[in-house]
Design a protein around this ligand. Sequence first.
Ligand SMILES: Nc1ncnc2c1ncn2[C@@H]1O[C@H](COP(=O)(O)OP(=O)(O)OP(=O)(O)O)[C@@H](O)[C@H]1O
Ligand SMILES: [Mg+2]
Length: 659
Amino acid sequence: MTQDTRTRAAQPTPSNGRPSTTGDHTAEDQLPFAVAGSGELDLSQDAPAPEEDDFRHLRGTAGEEDVELTPEERKFIRRRSLGLLVRASKGVRLKLLLTALAVVVSQGAQAATPFIAGGLAIDWGLPRLIDGDMTGLWVPAGLYLICAVTAGVLLYFYTRMTAEASQAMLFKLRDEVFRKTQALSLDFHEDYTSGRVISRQTSDLEALRELLDGGVNQLVQGLMFMLFTTLYIWATDFRSGLVLLAAIVPIYFLGRWYQRNAEVAYRRTRISSAKMIVHFVETMTGIRAVQAFRRENARSRQYKRLAKIYRDDMVRSIGLFGVLQPSLMLIGNVSVALVLLWGGFRVLEGDLGAGLLASIALATKRVFQPLDMIAMFYNSLQSATAALEKVSGLLEEAPKVREVPRPKRLPECRGEIEFRDAEFRYSDDAPVVMKQLDLHIPAGQTVAVVGRTGAGKSTLVKLLARFYDVTSGSLTLDGVELRELAETDHHRHVAMVTQEAFLFSGSIRDNIALGRPDASEEEIIAAAQAVGAHEFITALPEGYDTDVSKRGGRISAGQRQLVSFARAFLADPAVLILDEATSSLDLPSEQLVQQGLERLLGNRTALIIAHRLSTVAIADRVLVIEDGRVVEDGSPAELIDAGGYFAKLHHAWSASMGA
Ligand SMILES: Nc1ncnc2c1ncn2[C@@H]1O[C@H](COP(=O)(O)OP(=O)(O)OP(=O)(O)O)[C@@H](O)[C@H]1O
Ligand SMILES: [Mg+2]
């Protein structure tokens, strides 16, 4: 297991209900949404059983890198994306309907203005005005004003409503993406890098925001405006309307061409943008290693390469738009020219009023104006669709480790653990790491787990912490299958402290209190004292209030371990797991913890993975793991007598201590 995955394993995930670094059970954990996959946008429940699924290769995040899709695949992906959008709109649909209504009226009013100015004012009003009849002025001016005010007021109303509706949808999606990624089990996160999660949450949702915020406005406004203007033109002069009808043909073909190409192009940009973000995030999270190994230039070169790919993909997509927009403009202008030409002849023949022709030409010009907006919408639609494909794929993922529908409760726990014929592999194509393990740990026993690097020690305890489920066989806590145990109960009874003690931003007090949110100040201090953390904390300028995320508040690796130890102490679980949790401590600190440990372990089951004799010495029992099997099992004294791996280890330790 790499350093990287261990770090992730060590990060508490408070609201997915699984145990974390210290088994902190915050209030959030008790909330119903903590149950993985209970969100209303969750797509993971819709997926059919794998054996009957034609689109298995596209389910979840599986098909994320596919660019060219068959028509059926496209349909499948589109249905999923659209389904997500429809679900996200739940709750704001009435608002959307009202907005649409406002747009219809507002655009109708606005489309009428050229006819009031042209047909009504010039052809009808002007002759009357010349005759001294003031109605020729009042009627068109009044109507114009009414239309303009109506359009303006409704536009305001409509802009607000769409903003509210689209932000509400994004809010829901954002929340859902966060909850989903947090709930997905470790096996998912080990494959799907954090950079990809970040790009789903940021750049993809941003693309969607652009569409919902600006794009839909543009589309609805544009379409309505076009529709009304076209209707007016048809109503006033049918023959000019025919020109508009003819223009639809090239527009249709242009649209199809654009869609087909833009779909692929934008899908590419989503992929290359995610790759770029992945590289960025990896470099910055590993900045210490990057600088220590002088990898800056190499990382920059790689980043540049990825950014170039992204740039080219973007240029290609925008290039397509660059063809679409002027082509539409050209079609529009040609149409206006045709209307003018044809209309001009008809004016000469006395067939058409000059004012009417002016207003029709004006209207024809305006019919095509929104095409610009619509093209823009189309552009953001393609970009958003590609993003939505990825987001909906992520939401379709189901956590492998999840709570069963009717979980068993375990209010009180003694801490008896039993592996029966348990087998485990990290993924279907990975080798078996844990082999037919039969292991019984009675309640209250302190077990030291030792073995070579990569032997499977961490794997053993991660199964107990339910980061993963056993692949076959059974693993029980107090006789209850871990798979069937309620997450909150499991969480309360099993706590784990790992080497990379993760602290959340906030004060040291808050970080300890994660162990038990309702703990009093005295209890927090008592926990810190018990593990020997109190001294260093009080020596900090701000003591327990020190903010661990702020410069100056940063504390050392060993101090972090002490804090997470205090956290576990406070949580008071029935089963405590320490995976190399004392490895960063100096000997005096470790001895301090040791004293606390002995008190702490008194009446609970403990599994301790340690590389130090002092830690192993307090165990009742030692398990030596070798290649996923327990090869030695007994009290420290027995194993030393037996002369196996542990005995050798023990001699080496003793020798080094004596030296
Ligand atoms: N997330 C993972 N995915 C795939 N294989 C893994 C993963 N984590 C660990 N392994 C593999 O499982 C085996 C056991 O790893 P494990 O972390 O349990 O070893 P360990 O005994 O804890 O070693 P160490 O003392 O170095 O911590 C190793 O072969 C490792 O490569
Ligand atoms: Mg390990």
